[in-house]
Design a protein around this ligand. Sequence first.
Ligand SMILES: *Cc1c(COP(=O)(O)O)cnc(C)c1O
Length: 381
Amino acid sequence: MNFATLTVHAGMEPDPSTGAVATPIYQTSTYAQEEPGKHKGYEYARTGNPTRTALETALAALENADHALCFASGLAATDALLKLLRPGDELVSCNDLYGGTYRLFTKVFAHFGIKFTFVSMSEGLDEFRSALTDKTKMVWIETPTNPLLNVVDIEAVAKIAKARNIVTVVDNTFATPYLQKPLKLGADVVVHSCTKYLGGHSDTVMGAVATSRPDIYEPLKFLQNACGAVPGPMDCFLVLRGIRTLAVRMKQHCAGARQIAYFLREHPAVADVYYPGLADNPGHHVAEIQMRDFGGMVSFYTREDSVDNAFAVMKRLQLFTLAESLGGVESLVGHPATMTHASIPREERLKNGLRDSLVRLSVGIEDPDDLIDDLKQALEG
Ligand SMILES: *Cc1c(COP(=O)(O)O)cnc(C)c1O
């Protein structure tokens, strides 16, 4: 089945009790039992809820996985995965990482005896290879990365990790399964912030994990129930509803971002533009191979590299709302250095190439001509 068809039909069974075509919101905390232990498959809503089951079934199908599990947020999904590690274990991650993930690794799990190493993975894998030790149990990658949109070769990383029996996790939030299928490329686990493109309407916070490895799925399912960071049925309904239009939305996000990237590149008030679809982007070749298109995110430096100048441009924008997050139908603009990546020390940030004036755009599904007019007036202020 083709992807667009799957987005509409995956996990979509008419409700067995009423025939309802839209998955009902099972707003209940518990389920009646005929006698103790005799029930219709659901006992208590932390453990399971039919709306969540429908969403988990859909997500597994979209990621070509046997299983998916939903969590209360993207970070709750990451938190659950990290709990598969034990004190003394090591995790190697790319260094251009979502700020909240970096914070969870270094400010929470580091205190429990897990060691984190951050390396560049978008310009060759030598640094990555030499960071692996006998204690490395997990490799964590984002691609395209946030906010510089570097591209990591999933297949190459997963191959190196697999040879050493290390689990490869890919944060597929930016690409979504519309653009990229990490499990097909050899990764073991996909993690999502459904808050972004999967939900797609900036109205829900949620996370998910997809995997076909029973030795990962089983303990993770245990943790989902044991730790309890589960989403409610209304949130599951909203993300499921978002998924139904994922393919058409992504198509428009990608088309808009492409036009905007080309516009920005020619503009005299703009310095470097980061978008994997540009032929001279260092990740372009790998992106062409592992992605269907190049995504809806575009980042750029203003010609004058200062926080003030970036702020001035952002302030003049009318259609791009200044806000955290991304992946909704409406265009958003953010300033990573002071917003999403404020938890990363400035020195560390500069070392990883994230300078002060970086502006990050989440290109929505508005008409790209209107978005370009808006950017033009903001840059020319
Ligand atoms: C937003 C985001 C997360 C965290 O997800 P939440 O739903 O906000 O907890 C993780 N990874 C990436 C790439 C993100 O953009």
